[in-house]
Design a protein around this ligand. Structure first.
Ligand code: C5J
Length: 221
């Protein structure tokens, strides 16, 4: 059993029953010319967490833990992208439009790939998801159940959109979720802070949060 001092109280997990779930660390959100930037956001905020996510990933891999990566990626014919999602807001390029890294948020396009530093390796599961939550319209729950996973350690972007939605979906399905505080980021610092507070409020109503250094120290102890 691995135990870390987390918020609002200690979080314990068995490595064999826990997945490291890395949400949407894709070029489309993190690099210039992708979806995040077309919406008018400063992507450097998200780039800044890549080394931290990599440090946790390295420690997790060293212990032989199971890793799941998600990508927000739609079918090329957009049949799993509701028009309401595509038409929302006023981006310079919409989902499916061609940008500098290929078609925006479309599976198989360069922009939908996970950033090079965090690229999946053999044995890690990659889930393409059409929604914000990683459980919606994907095989994630079945894949986790098949492996006996009960706990999820979560990182990725963006904190208040796909990360928070996934943590709430996980909570409803009975998983114990921990969000790595400096392993997640938002284009809006105030939204990140509010999300961390909401997750751990009321006695971990959605889940726990903890800084990466505590998780890494516990993994390497
Ligand atoms: C967004 C995500 N922000 N991965 N997607 O649209 O959080």
């Amino acid at each position: 059993m691995i135990e870390i001092a987390a918020n609002p109280f200690d979080y314990s997990f068995e490595l064999q029953k826990t997945a490291l779930l890395i949400i949407d660390m894709q070029r489309d959100f993190i690099e210039r010319g992708g979806f995040g930037e077309t919406l008018g956001n400063d992507v450097t905020r998200l780039q800044a967490i890549v080394p931290t996510v990599r440090r946790v990933l390295d420690a997790w891999r060293e212990r032989g833990g199971f890793v799941v990566h998600t990508r927000e990626a739609h079918r090329p014919d957009l049949s799993n992208c509701p028009p309401t999602k595509r038409l929302r807001g006023n981006p310079t390029l919409r989902i499916g439009d061609r940008g500098p890294m290929g078609r925006i948020l479309i599976a198989g396009e360069p922009g939908s790939e996970i950033v090079r530093e965090l690229a999946p390796v053999d044995g890690e599961l990659v889930i393409d998801k059409p929604g914000k939550g990683a459980f919606y319209a994907t095989a994630l729950h079945d894949e986790l159940q098949r492996r006996g996973v009960t706990h999820l350690v979560v990182m990725g972007v963006t904190t208040e959109v796909c990360v928070q939605t996934t943590l709430r979906e996980a909570n409803d399905r009975g998983y114990e979720g921990l969000l790595v505080e400096d392993g997640t980021e938002s284009y809006f610092p105030e939204f990140k802070a509010a999300t961390l507070a909401m997750i751990r409020a009321q006695g971990a109503i959605v889940g726990w949060t903890a800084p990466s250094e505590r998780l890494i120290a516990a993994l390497r102890a």
